[in-house]
Ligand binder design. Structure first.
Ligand code: KG4
Ligand code: ZN
Length: 338
């Protein structure tokens, strides 16, 4: 089956074609980062308009890359939620209508299920069951994944998501938007001498609490206070970025180790935008478990993960009615199995 996947839940328009027989045929991404940068964050109305402008050309280009005609498609998958309602509406309308026009089935994909299954696009895909650490701009979760659609949330953030904490801290340090990757780069620029003898050590929130929930908003405030009390030089900025990243990575490491032990599972999947963080990837490798990551470009939002998740569900016979029904709020635990 050849499935067209469409992602438009936030600030990237992603399109891909996945073939259940031969894998990923093509994928393209258009990022709206430059558009939102001057506002310091995503402006939902501008995001929706830009998706409208880009989605059709991107679909045509991706189909051409895959060497396919629309008549070759067997189904269309689109992100139906969670995400920004206007942005979701664009992908859902285009995806559902295209499927209707071509008289092929359509499937509404959960954005986080897309992230969760993204490592399946790689050569060494994980077997079920596994623990998934989902770390994006909107979510931080530890999930027990027994099979596609069988998800139990073991822990989640009680306040800011990790990506959000990265972005907000970066903004406070004047690093622009989206701050996560910029802050990470600055943190990675620190010298070996500083690593051996760090100027600052930030707290590891909630590690003494039993359970697997997270809290990251305090770290952001800690970073701000540290910055205000510092000499506010570029060097201090890098030191604070380093201390912040270390605290986040260490906290995620401790909670992952706890989740693996609790569930008696030795397989961990990392997904979502923060999964692109080099320090996190490096540190989690040292866990006593097999650790799986999607390639960098499939950590952040993309169409390939949506095409894949949709293909698995369409292959199992699932499909949508002819209605366009985006769900800005949608729990992973509401999903059905295959
Ligand atoms: O999954 P994603 O692309 O979009 C959402 O579904 O939210 O994740 C975006 C988030 C942003 O907060 C971004 O700053 C963060 O992932 N991010 C990173 C890195 N690359 C992206 N955070 C830390 N280090 C990175 N290298
Ligand atoms: Zn995402």
């Amino acid at each position: 089956m050849k499935i067209l996947g469409i992602e438009s839940s936030c600030d990237e328009t992603g399109v891909a074609v996945y073939d259940t027989a031969s894998g990923l045929l093509a994928h393209r991404l258009y990022s709206q980062v430059a558009l939102h940068a001057e506002y310091g964050g995503v402006v939902p109305e501008l995001a929706s308009r830009d998706h409208i402008r880009k989605i059709t050309p991107l679909i045509r280009e991706t189909m051409a890359d895959a060497g396919l005609q629309f008549g070759d498609l067997d189904g269309v998958a689109y992100t139906a939620g969670p995400g920004l309602i206007g942005a979701l509406m664009v992908g859902a309308s285009v995806g559902r209508s295209l499927a209707w026009g071509l008289d092929i089935p359509a499937v509404a994909v959960h954005h986080m299920e897309g992230h969760l299954l993204a490592p399946m696009l790689e050569q060494n895909a994980p077997q079920f069951p596994f623990i998934a650490l989902l770390v994006s701009g909107g979510h931080t979760m530890l999930v027990l994944v027994k099979a596609v659609g069988d998800y139990a949330i073991l822990g989640e953030s009680v306040d800011d998501a990790v990506g959000e904490a990265f972005d907000k801290t970066a903004k406070m340090l004047g690093l622009g938007y989206p701050g996560g990757p910029v802050l990470a780069k600055l943190a990675d620029s620190i010298t070996d001498q500083e690593i051996a003898n760090p100027s600052y050590t930030f707290p590891r929130p909630m590690i003494k609490h039993p359970g697997l929930d997270f809290s990251f908003s305090g770290l952001k405030t800690f970073a701000l206070t540290t910055w205000r009390n510092s000499k506010q030089t570029e060097q201090e900025k890098a030191r604070i970025a380093y201390a912040f990243q270390e605290a986040v990575v260490d906290t995620l490491f401790i909670k992952c180790r706890r989740a693996l032990k609790q569930a008696e599972i030795k397989r961990l999947v990392i997904a979502g935008g923060v999964g692109a963080n080099k320090r996190l990837r490096e540190k989690l490798q040292s866990l006593d478990a097999d650790v799986f990551f999607p390639r960098m470009e499939f950590c952040t939002d993309n169409g390939a993960m949506i095409a894949y998740a949709g293909a698995i569900r369409l292959q199992a016979g699932q499909k949508e009615d002819a209605v366009i029904r985006p769900k800005p709020r949608w729990s992973l635990e509401e999903l059905s199995g295959l």
